[in-house]
Structures are given as structure tokens and as C-alpha cells.
Write a protein that binds this ligand. Structure first.
Ligand code: AGP
Length: 602
């Protein structure tokens, strides 16, 4: 949700800024812009839409020698995606880029306007630059002015600001939105995620909330409130590679194909013969834990929901799921005997992060299941299980979901071992199924071809219902989310048994039902529910190991005796279906409209 890049040094500034934005574009792609300062003059460039528009527009822009630059790729929150609303925002002598939301911008704006400030955009961000300039004029001290500015801002922010009057500084501040300072041989770098720092520096300072300061060629000045803080640099993970499409049409397609391999990575070192071993979890973390409270958003929320069936069935442990954005504003009754588990691919989702902080304040032990080491959620939680999916660039989450499910399955078995809720033979069966899981995620060429051909029949209609029961109900929710995110067709996930309590009223030949028909769980119940829809003429695509003659279309999965293996295979089928429908509709699969990869605003 917005990406920020900054650089101070002697290398090609424009190239560094644009390359950094390319790495972060998945975070927001409504508009992009950058500002360069050389010899005390700032020039800014902006373009609406994808980053390529900015790249073309600035082909002739050159920079040489020492300079500073800040850049931004935007996911609109306040004001439409226009050039005027694109960052950087400018005052008379300074420019700012910002990720997050300034909650008190209306009152600040009114005050600044009454004092003569002229606003050009509808954004909340613009108040920062006018407030800073007003304070800089008053104090005649840019650092003091920046400190005072930050003090007056409420909400969430990662900010970079440059000022023509101090041409060798970049000011920065962080609260609630990610920001890192990369320490490279050719200068200082800033980025919202270390993906943009790879290849430029080996170490970064992962800023904590409440930090602000400035960098100059000679120094890095870091403060928390009024107190100076010594910066602590950490190595950027060596495994972090800049993701490339490697011949696939879209990152999402590549990430679907990668699932078999990354699931193997998730399991690596975590299975010991007939036992699960999670060395990241200190034995004491589970001491006294009687129930789990899982909290997440979007796809990660679906993983949480699906996992409750595993925790109940395998670990005999109560597991309750919370949507983070709802949880935060309730007055939840929390018990110290609950382990609070947050699930997040990015580790930066604002609502999930705040829910985690709430649980910590209430004295609960916390565990993060996350794909990004050093992310805000990982740093906040008591313990972390990394999902090891690698960088996920497609906005529609695929391999992150697959690996989250695996970590949750591992955790359910760890608890089962501890509480002895599974006899050794059953535990061994679970572990054998787990070891087999990466294989069922391999995509057979024939299956992909078939889905490609079938997809042309599912490009219209007045809606899709993805239906399933048990574990396959949250999977149906996830299938529907995948389709609507990238095809813009209306899709809903529903528990199959609930259709007759209302939604079946929608059934006709233009209503598409995607039915998950596993062989291992509630087979007959599920068939009856599908037949009820077919009897009302809903066009039906059945997915499962047994051919379902009554359905209009059928996609096969392998017969197996473990529901999680069916779960994974059906997951791939639905991901490919959404992908192929989206491609046929001519959509940008990786950067669907109105969305951004990591949602760092509430
Ligand atoms: C998934 O396809 C979505 N893009 C979205 O629902 C996502 O899962 C959600 O925003 C949560 O993100 P997180 O896992 O990074 O916290």
C-alpha cells in the first residue's frame, strides 16, 4: 500500500529510484512520482497509472554527481488517482513522500490554509510539507521543524522529506508503516521493503515506530521522541532475490507453479521421522495455553478459518478466528490462557499489526505466522513461524496461502504431540500426508490446458458461488476471493449446506456454481447440496476425484485418503481457473484494479 524509495549519493539517482519503485510497484500502482535534488534545486516528475508511464515520461531526465532523491508509488486513499494527487507533494522549497494516513489532516489543513498555505492536492499527505515549511520559517532550523512536524501528525506514516535549503539531507519518520534505511557503499538508501534494497546494500536499519531523523553524507541521526538512538543494522536476508517472471505470463502464474517447491521449503527441518519439530517455538510458549485466538485479514483470514478444523480435529484445541479490522474496535474478552496467533503474508497489514499489539497489551502470548522476516508483525510478536514462501509479487496471494496452511497444519500436529491427542499411528499418517503434499501441488500440463479451455465458458453470468463443507468451506471462500480479485466478476464462497437458507434463490443457468466435492469428507452431503442447485438449473463446475455426471463441467483431482491433499489440489485448480478467466478478460492479473499487495492503512 504505497511504496517509498529514497537515495542519497553519487550513483545514478533516477535509475536507483525507478528500479526501487519497480520492486515496490505491487504495493500500489495508481500513480508514481519522484523528486531529485541537485545543487540546491528540486525537480519533481509524476505520472498517473503504472510505473511505466513515469519511466517513459522521464526518459530524458538525467542526473550526475552527488544528489538526493525521493520516490513513491501510490495506492490512493485520499483523493482520486490524478497527477496532482500523486506524490511527491511540494511546498515552496521542500517535497515529501508518505505512506500511511494522516488522521488529523482535516484540522491541520484548515489551520494551515487560514495561515496562508496553498494546497494543490486532495491528499492528507500535503499537510506534512506545508506544516514543515511553516515551522522551518519559524524556527530557522530544519531538524527542529521536522521534529515538530512529526509531533503534530496523528495516524500512520512512513515519510521522506527533502528541502532545497539543506541539500545534503533526507529527513525521515516512521510510525505504523514500514521504512528501512539501507547502508550501501554508494550511499544511503530508503525503502518500504528490503526487496528494493537487494543488490544495493547488505545491511539495513529496520526503523521502529516513533523513530525520526535525517541522513547526510557524513552522519545518520536517529531519534525516538527527543532522545538520540544508536542505529542497529541487520543483514538483509541473503535468500532475498529480486523476483522475475522467468518465462511465465504473470507473477501469479509463476507463484502457482512454485508452490510445490516452496511447500518443501516450509517443511524443511520441521519433520523428524514421525514427529513435528518447530525449533522457533520455545516449549514455554505453549505452557498454559488452552485455546487459540487466530487473527488475520483476507486470504490469511481464510487460512486461519481452515486451520480451526485442524486444531479441533487433530489437537482437540478450541480455535477461534477474528477478522483483524473487526477485532480491533470491539471490546474483546481475552483470556491469558489463549495464544494469540496472527497470520500475515506481508507482516505489515495495519489491522493485523494493531490487533497483535492489543493482544500483547492484554497480556496474551503471541505468535506470528508470516512470510517476511524483520517485518513489523514479526518484530512485534513473541515468537514467529516463517512460512518461507519467498517473495510473492502477485497481488492475489497463492503460494503464501499454501505455506500458511502448511505451517498451521504443522502447529496443529505439534500441539497434538504435546497433548497426546493423536495416537502414534494417526500422527504418522498425518506426517506421511504432509511429506506428500508438495507433490500434489505440481501442476500437470494437461490440467492447466483443460482449465484454460474451460475458462472461456465462465466469463459472464450474474455471479459465482464457490461452495464446500468442512475444511473446504474456507477453501471455497478463498477460491471466490481469488476470482473476484483478478476477474472483477462477482463471486461468493458459501458453506454448501447453507445455500438452501437463502442464496439458492439466485440459482438459474446464469449462476455459476463451483462445487468442491472431496472424496474424504462429507461426500454424500455435498453431492446432495450440489444436486439441489443443479435442479434449479445453476451451471455447475464440479471439482473432485469422482466424476459427477450431473454437473455441466468437471475437473478431476487425484483420489487420496487425506483431506489436506484434496484441499491443496483443489486450491491449485481454483487458482488456475481464476488466472485463466482473468487473462481471457484482458485484466492485469498481477496488479488488479483498486488493490495493493500490502495493506498498511486501516
Ligand atoms: C489476497 O489475495 C489478498 N491480496 C489479501 O486478501 C491479503 O491476503 C490481505 O490483505 C492480508 O494480507 P497479509 O497476509 O499480508 O496480512
Amino acid at each position: 500500500m504505497c511504496g517509498i524509495v529514497g537515495y542519497m549519493g553519487e550513483s545514478k539517482i533516477k535509475r536507483i529510484l525507478l528500479d526501487g519503485l519497480k520492486e515496490l510497484e505491487y504495493r500500489g500502482y495508481d500513480s508514481a512520482g519522484f523528486a531529485l535534488m541537485q545543487n540546491g534545486r528540486i525537480e519533481a516528475y509524476k505520472a498517473v497509472g503504472k510505473l511505466d508511464n513515469l519511466i517513459h515520461k522521464t526518459e530524458a531526465v538525467q542526473s550526475s554527481g552527488f544528489g538526493v532523491g525521493i520516490a513513491h508509488t501510490r495506492w490512493a486513499t485520499h483523493g482520486k488517482p490524478t497527477e496532482l494527487n500523486a506524490h511527491p507533494h511540494q511546498g515552496r522549497f521542500s517535497h515529501v513522500v508518505h505512506n500511511g494516513i494522516i488522521e488529523n489532516y482535516t484540522e491541520l489543513k484548515k489551520k494551515l490554509q487560514s495561515e496562508g498555505a496553498r494546497f494543490l492536492s486532495q491528499t492528507d499527505t500535503e499537510v506534512i510539507v506545508h506544516l514543515y515549511e511553516q515551522l522551518a520559517e519559524r524556527h530557522k532550523d530544519s531538524a527542529k521543524a521536522f521534529e515538530e512536524t512529526v509531533k503534530q501528525l496523528e495516524g500512520a506514516y512512513a515519510i521522506l522529506l527533502i528541502d532545497e535549503r539543506c541539500e545534503d539531507r533526507i529527513f525521515f519518520a516512521k510510525k505504523g508503516s514500514p521504512l528501512q534505511i539501507g547502508l550501501g557503499e554508494s550511499g544511503r538508501f530508503f525503502a518500504s521493503s528490503d526487496a528494493a534494497l537487494v543488490g544495493l546494500c547488505h545491511e539495513a536499519i529496520y526503523l521502529e515506530d516513533g523513530c525520526w531523523g535525517w541522513v547526510s553524507p557524513e552522519s545518520l541521526n536517529l531519534f525516538e521522541g527527543e532522545s538520540p538512538v544508536s542505529p542497529v543494522a541487520k543483514a538483509i536476508p541473503p535468500t532475498l532475490h529480486s523476483a522475475q517472471k522467468e518465462g511465465f505470463r504473470f507473477f501469479m502464474e509463476k507463484e502457482i507453479y512454485e508452490q510445490a517447491q516452496v511447500l518443501g521449503d516450509t517443511l524443511m527441518g520441521r519433520l523428524q521421522e514421525d514427529r513435528v519439530h518447530l525449533e522457533e517455538i520455545d516449549r514455554t510458549l505453549l505452557d498454559g495455553v488452552e485455546a487459540l485466538r487466530l487473527c488475520a485479514c483476507g486470504t490469511s483470514y481464510h487460512a486461519a478459518l481452515a486451520s480451526t478444523y485442524l486444531f479441533e480435529r487433530l489437537s482437540r484445541m478450541e480455535a477461534r478466528v477474528e477478522i483483524a479490522s473487526e477485532f480491533r474496535y470491539r471490546d474483546p474478552v481475552l483470556k491469558s490462557s489463549e495464544l494469540f496467533v496472527v497470520i500475515s503474508q506481508s507482516g505489515e497489514t495495519a489491522d493485523t499489526l494493531e490487533a497483535l499489539k492489543m493482544a500483547k497489551r492484554a497480556g496474551l502470548k503471541t505468535l506470528a505466522i508470516c512470510n517476511v522476516d524483520n517485518s513489523s508483525i514479526v518484530r512485534e510478536a513473541d515468537a514467529t513461524l516463517l512460512t518461507r514462501a519467498g517473495i510473492e509479487k502477485g497481488v492475489a496471494s497463492t503460494k503464501a496461502f499454501a505455506t500458511q496452511m502448511m505451517v498451521l497444519w504443522l502447529l496443529s500436529l505439534l500441539i497434538a504431540q504435546r497433548h497426546k491427542t493423536l495416537d502414534p499411528a494417526l500422527l504418522a499418517q498425518e506426517i506421511a500426508a504432509m511429506r506428500h503434499a508438495p507433490q500434489v501441488l505440481q501442476v500437470p500440463e494437461k490440467l492447466h490446458d483443460r482449465i484454460h479451455r474451460l475458462s472461456k465458458r465462465y466469463l459472464h453470468g450474474h455471479g459465482f458461488f464457490f461452495i464446500g463443507r468442512d475444511l473446504f468451506y474456507p477453501l471455497a471462500l478463498e477460491g471466490a476471493l481469488k476470482l473476484k480479485e483478478i476477474s472483477y466478476l462477482h463471486a461468493e464462497g458459501y458453506p454448501a449446506g447453507e445455500m438452501k437458507h437463502g442464496p439458492i434463490a439466485l440459482a438459474d443457468s446464469e449462476l455459476f456454481t463451483i462445487a468442491l466435492l472431496p472424496g474424504t469428507l462429507l461426500k454424500e452431503k455435498m453431492r446432495s447440496n450440489v444436486e439441489e442447485l443443479i435442479a434449479r438449473d445453476s451451471t455447475t463446475l464440479a471439482i473432485g476425484p469422482e466424476c459427477f455426471d450431473l454437473a455441466d463441467d468437471y475437473l478431476p483431482t487425484q483420489p487420496t485418503d487425506h483431506p489436506m491433499l484434496e484441499f491443496y489440489e483443489m486450491m491449485v485448480v481454483m487458482q488456475l481457473l481464476a488466472l485463466e478467466i482473468s487473462i481471457r478478460l484482458g485484466n492485469d492479473v498481477d496488479m488488479p484494479r483498486n488493490l495493493a499487495k500490502s495493506v498498511t492503512v486501516e
